[in-house]
Design a protein around this ligand. Structure first.
Ligand SMILES: Cc1cc2nc3c(=O)[nH]c(=O)nc-3n(C[C@H](O)[C@H](O)[C@H](O)COP(=O)(O)OP(=O)(O)OC[C@H]3O[C@@H](n4cnc5c(N)ncnc54)[C@H](O)[C@@H]3O)c2cc1C
Length: 433
């Protein structure tokens, strides 16, 4: 059972919903979608449009949109310097990755336009920033890669960054004007509201077991069963717990904290910067963001942890790290400024590729976005619904042109390998946390 904390500021910004239904009686449907984050909500929306007369059921183990989709950092990216702990080395692969990001942004943009969504969209671009002058070489190499692919960028010094970000923590940064900052919870909520009437949503309804028998897929829940003709798995970090693509993805738990809104005088003390987002140069460095309403978000942990639950005690320990991260960057702000801390789980693969697959007749899966899933999950959700309807699109060709995730070594070697790698990455990024 997935038990998420109730302390995520993004989710607590939203109004309470009053249309929550839990699965209580057994039923049959044409399509079952498991997992109601950006992927499942987008798949359900698309299926609802494509098959207005079919019965479509969407289930989630917790409240829809309150997994990673409602609790991420809100960077809708066009480029990334790192995928988890994989840096971008090959130009050809990097291009394929950015082609997918581009389609992801277009898909979210189209959704927002069509449904008139307010999710604090800001085309602010983003900074890849470091406090270490010797990271300059990484940024110059990254800049060369961006130039070859036609992306614009600027390099900024500490003095520029002080003005732009309100902190002199960073010594240098590469700024790209592509990419968007948004409110992840508002986006997820808009996707719930956009579901068509032929999509029935059941929440707090965890799929426990499933089995395929000739043309019917039997799905067992706590209080009832669902029989379906087709199924799409959109459980991302929880694919493994349903025995899906087990040897190709693994969950990583992240934690983040957000301050309360800065007061007028606190905001003046940091120079009243516009909204901004910083991504780290070293994979395990901190993601730090100034939000539209002057809150500061920081995410600086990534680890192997029980993906189903993090105790208050464990969360508090991580929140202390985030407090230190804020203090390092903004020493003038008061010590009790953090308003909330939360955890969330993402799915990673070894080669940082995503999953978009048919695993059996009428059994589909999309997920594993390696920490950059806002745009890609929205894109993959729509496209897996189209694929499952036996149609194809140019977008699908782009998705399928990318390498599939590579095979992972079995346990206990896998966790041992990941832990060692994370420890090493944390060590080399220790100044950036
Ligand atoms: C702290 C944090 C920061 C992040 N920052 C960014 C960022 O800035 N930019 C970015 O692009 N991405 C970011 N991500 C990643 C991004 O949030 C995810 O890639 C994206 O939300 C994945 O969407 P999804 O729908 O596939 O998965 P999820 O949103 O995780 O949805 C999967 C759903 O499946 C449900 N589920 C699981 N098991 C079952 C079951 N057995 N039965 C029924 N339902 C089940 C879960 O409850 C969950 O709601 C971040 C993630 C975290 C946690």
């Amino acid at each position: 059972m997935i038990i998420n904390d109730k302390t995520c500021s993004w989710i607590n910004d939203l109004s309470l919903r009053n249309n929550i239904k839990t699965l209580k009686k057994s039923m049959s449907c044409d399509w079952l979608i498991v997992g109601a984050g950006y992927t499942g909500l987008s798949a359900a929306r698309k299926l609802g449009q494509l098959h207005p007369n079919k019965k479509i059921i969407l289930v989630d183990a917790q409240l829809a949109g309150e997994g990673a989709s409602g609790r991420n950092s809100g960077y809708l990216v066009d480029t990334t310097l790192n995928d988890g702990f994989t840096s971008n080395k090959e130009l050809k692969n990097y291009k394929k990755k950015t082609d997918i990001y581009k389609l992801g942004i277009q898909t979210v943009k189209r959704f927002i336009k069509e449904y008139q969504v307010d999710c604090d969209w800001n085309d602010s671009g983003k900074y890849f920033a470091s406090s270490k002058s010797n990271d300059e070489i990484h940024l110059i190499n990254f800049g060369n890669t961006l130039t070859k692919l036609g992306f614009q960028y600027n390099l900024f010094s500490q003095a520029d960054l002080k003005k732009r970000l309100g902190t002199n923590f960073y010594n240098l940064a590469l700024y790209t004007n592509g990419g968007v900052l948004l409110h992840p919870g508002k986006l997820a909520r808009a996707m719930i509201d956009a579901l068509s009437s032929n999509v029935e949503l059941f929440e707090n309804s965890s799929l426990l077991e499933w089995e395929k028998n000739v043309d019917t897929i039997f799905c067992k829940f706590k209080n009832a069963n669902i029989n379906t003709n087709k199924i799409i798995f959109c459980t991302n970090a929880f694919l493994k717990s349903l025995a899906i693509k087990t040897n190709y993805n693994f969950p990583i738990t992240l934690t983040a904290s957000m301050t309360r809104a800065l007061t007028e005088s606190e905001f003046k003390s940091i120079g009243q910067p516009n909204e901004w987002g910083v991504l780290p140069v070293k994979p395990m460095g901190a993601t730090v963001r100034m939000t539209k309403n002057r809150r500061i978000l920081i995410r600086n942990t990534a680890e192997i942890f029980n993906p189903f639950k993090m105790s208050e005690f464990d969360l508090k320990k991580r929140s202390i790290k985030q407090h230190i991260g804020i203090k390092k960057r903004f020493p003038q702000l008061p010590s009790d400024i953090i308003e909330s801390s939360w955890s969330g789980v993402v799915s990673r693969s070894r080669n940082s590729s995503q999953i978009f697959d048919i695993i059996d007749n009428n059994v589909y899966v999309a997920g594993c976005y390696n920490g950059s899933g806002i745009g890609v999950a929205t894109l993959f959700g729509e496209q897996i619904a189209i694929k499952a309807s036996n149609e194809s699109t140019p977008e699908m060709e782009t998705i399928e042109a990318r390498k599939k995730p590579t095979w992972l070594v079995p346990q206990p070697f896998l966790n041992l390998g990941i832990r060692t790698r994370l420890m090493y990455e944390r060590f080399i990024a220790k100044s950036e946390i």
